[in-house]
Design a protein around this ligand. Structure first.
Ligand SMILES: [Fe+2]
Ligand SMILES: [Fe+2]
Length: 133
């Protein structure tokens, strides 16, 4: 595994969403760094931060769905709910923190980057058409 380098291919073009996505990538890199270092005692807290931040971020997007009556809201919410459930399962696991942390990182890295480029990019396009920046 390597740290994630943020690049323009992840940018969706809506300020608040891009800022939150960047913060997410920062949290993933924090997890990565603690896995690489000997400070595995920090992993449970980082997992908690990721879980809390996911909830905060999904709420931001879902509030926009409601506000602008986004036509693809249901399918996009399903994707968020799948991730909420999956992260919840990780949080319930009692393996050693290093194994848990690296499994979670592997999973989230793939999931998030695909989601940014797919569902979130599509949604951002809709918001732009509705005058959101
Ligand atoms: Fe997002
Ligand atoms: Fe999303």
């Amino acid at each position: 595994m390597t740290a994630i380098k943020w690049d323009d291919s992840y940018v969706v073009g809506i300020g608040v969403i891009d800022e939150q996505h960047k913060h997410f990538v920062g949290l993933l890199n924090t997890l990565y760094e603690s896995l690489e270092s000997k400070h595995t005692e920090k992993i449970p807290d980082i997992i908690q931060d990721l879980t809390d931040y996911a909830e905060h971020h999904f709420k931001t997007e879902e509030d926009y769905f409601d506000k602008f009556h986004y036509p693809d809201a249901e399918i996009h919410k399903l994707a968020h709910n799948e991730l909420r459930a999956k992260v919840g399962e990780f949080a319930e696991r009692h393996d050693n923190p290093k194994k848990l942390g690296s499994d979670l990182l592997f999973f989230l890295e793939k999931w998030l980057l695909v989601h940014f480029r797919g569902a979130d990019t599509k949604f951002a396009k809709f918001l732009k058409q509705n005058g959101v920046k």
